[in-house]
Each structure stands twice: as C-alpha cells, then as structure tokens.
Design a protein around this ligand. Structure first.
Ligand code: NDP
Ligand code: 8X3
Length: 257
C-alpha cells in the first residue's frame, strides 16, 4: 500500500514549478489531488497525465488565492467526496521586481503581499477549519530562505516570506491540540518560472540568477514536501531548509565562470 493512498492533497499554484512537481510526487505516493491555479488550461492538462500515470483521482480548481470570496466559496462548495482535505500545500506565490525600495513600483508590493501572505491566509483559514472539525490534517507551507534572511532589493518579497515563517510557527501552536501537523519547506534558488515572473519575462535577467551554479529543481523541493507528508502520524517535520550545494546563504553563492 502506498503511503498516501486514499488521502486528499490540495495544492495551490499547481500549474508550474514547485506546485506542479508536488502534484506528481504526492500522486506517486497514492494521494488523490485537488490541483488549483489561475491557469486552468495547464492544470487540466496535468490532470489527464497524473490520473493515467499514477491511477489516482484528480480534481481541478481555477482559483486565484488573492480573491477572498472565491477562495471561501470554491473551497466550501467542493463536492462531498473532495471536502475532507488531509494535506494542504500552500505553494502559490511570486516575486515581482527587484528594485531599491525608494524606486520600486508599489503595485508589485500589493501583488506579493496579496498573494504570498493574504492568499495563503485565506486558503489556510478555510481549509484548516475543516481539519479542526475532523481533528486531522497537515499543512505544508512553501516558505523560502528569504523568510530567514533579507537581501538587497528583496524587501517586500523577503517580508512576505518572513510572514509565512511566522504564520507557520503560530499556526502550529494554534492546532497543537487538534492532531494537525504544520510544516514549512524553505528553499533557496530553484530554477522554475519564478525568476521569469520576477523580471516580467526578461529571460536574460532570469537566467542570470542561476548563472554559474547548479540550482535546485522543482522536484528537489517536491521530494522534501513528500517526505514531510509521508512521516508516521506522530512525527511532524517542522521545517526543512534546502539550498543548492553552491549556495550558503541568501547572498553567498559560489559561481563558476
Ligand atoms: P512558478 O512561477 O514556477 O510557479 C508559481 C505558481 O504559483 C504558479 O503555478 C502560479 O499559477 C501560482 N500562482 C501565482 N499567483 C497565484 C494566485 N494569485 N493564485 C493562485 N496561484 C498563483 O514559481 P515556483 O514554483 O518557484 O514558486 C512556487 C513557490 O515557491 C512560491 O511561493 C515561491 O515564493 C516559492 N519559492 C520559490 C523559490 C525559487 O527559487 N523558485 C525559492 C523559494 C521559495 P498561475 O499563474 O497559473 O495562477
Ligand atoms: C526564492 C528564493 O533567493 O530569490 O524565494 O528569494 S530567492
């Protein structure tokens, strides 16, 4: 029997990168999936592939985590067989821009705060209340090394990931008596679509982030998430921080010429 057989895992931001890799990795362990993102066409394509490859059930949800009303209504109106979410992977997130704070575009800040903090909170509020009723569940947040250390021009993105770190710790205390596990998986540099989004499609700038290093890939992070999800019920992995071998902190990289 696979470790996550008959469990339901709900992943936000499952259309790309780490969220997508988590979908495949959790399905490989037998979990049935609710995969959500704004780009429904991408998750619809994944649905077919995951169902046929792993023989699990997949439910797709077009969901913008920034939309409080949508989060509440869509999650609360899931079909009966999908309501009892066992594992929530709060992955949806983004960085927008990398400029000095006094020169930056405030709209980018709103986007990051609304997605990475408020969006994660809306989803958590809705899903965890069901977990509390059932006295069972596991929340796995995708934080970042940016949640542990700030770096120049990273102000608001780093602040959002520091917030995720605080929310994770506080939530763990709030549900300690409810048989709910709370984990955070905090990666350093992972080559996904993240830097393309951060630099508004400027491929050159995005590529430079990983120049001279072998970055993590989304599957490295997904393995850590699946490790958390597959521990025996009495064990909670509170935090995993993972970085490329050539990264030692948010700022220290060994880049080869
Ligand atoms: P990608 O850009 O590849 O994926 C981001 C995902 O988030 C997409 O599926 C996107 O889906 C989704 N998303 C963004 N905004 C929203 C929204 N408002 N509502 C729902 N979904 C949304 O980047 P990554 O996979 O790298 O990023 C995933 C997470 O990992 C983020 O939280 C990021 O901060 C974190 N992280 C990334 C690191 C890296 O170096 N790449 C390192 C540390 C942490 P869609 O656009 O279809 O809605
Ligand atoms: C993403 C990693 O270093 O770009 O969270 O902040 S970093």
């Amino acid at each position: 029997m696979k470790k996550l057989e008959s469990k339901i895992a709900f992943i936000t931001g499952a259309s790309s990168g780490i969220g997508k890799a988590c979908a495949f990795s959790l399905a490989e362990q037998g979990a049935n999936l609710i995969i959500s993102a704004r780009r429904i066409n991408l998750i619809e394509q994944m649905k077919e592939e995951i169902q046929s490859k792993f023989n699990v059930k997949v439910f797709t949800l077009k969901l913008d985590v920034k939309n409080k009303k949508e989060v509440n209504e869509l999650i609360n109106s899931l079909p009966e067989e999908w309501k009892s979410i066992d594992i929530l992977v709060n992955n949806a997130g983004l960085a927008k821009g990398m400029n000095k704070i006094y020169e930056d575009d405030i709209d980018n800040w709103e986007d990051m705060i609304d997605t990475n903090i408020k969006g994660l909170l809306y989803v958590t509020r809705t899903v965890v209340s069901g977990m509390v009723e059932r006295k069972s569940g596991h929340v796995i947040n995708i934080g970042s090394t940016a949640g542990h250390e700030a770096y120049p021009k990273g102000h608001v993105y780093c602040a959002t990931k520091h917030a995720v770190n605080a929310i994770t710790k506080s939530l763990r205390m709030d549900v300690v008596d409810k048989n709910i596990r709370v984990s955070t998986v905090d990666p350093g540099a992972v080559e996904t679509n993240f830097s393309n989004v951060r630099f508004f499609g400027d491929k050159e700038k995005a590529k430079n982030v990983y120049k001279g290093i072998t970055p993590l890939v989304a599957e490295d992070v997904a393995e850590a998430v699946t490790f958390c999800a597959t521990r025996p019920p009495h064990a909670n992995i509170a935090e995993i921080i993972l970085m490329p071998t050539q990264q030692a902190s948010a700022l220290v990289f060994h880049r080869e010429e």
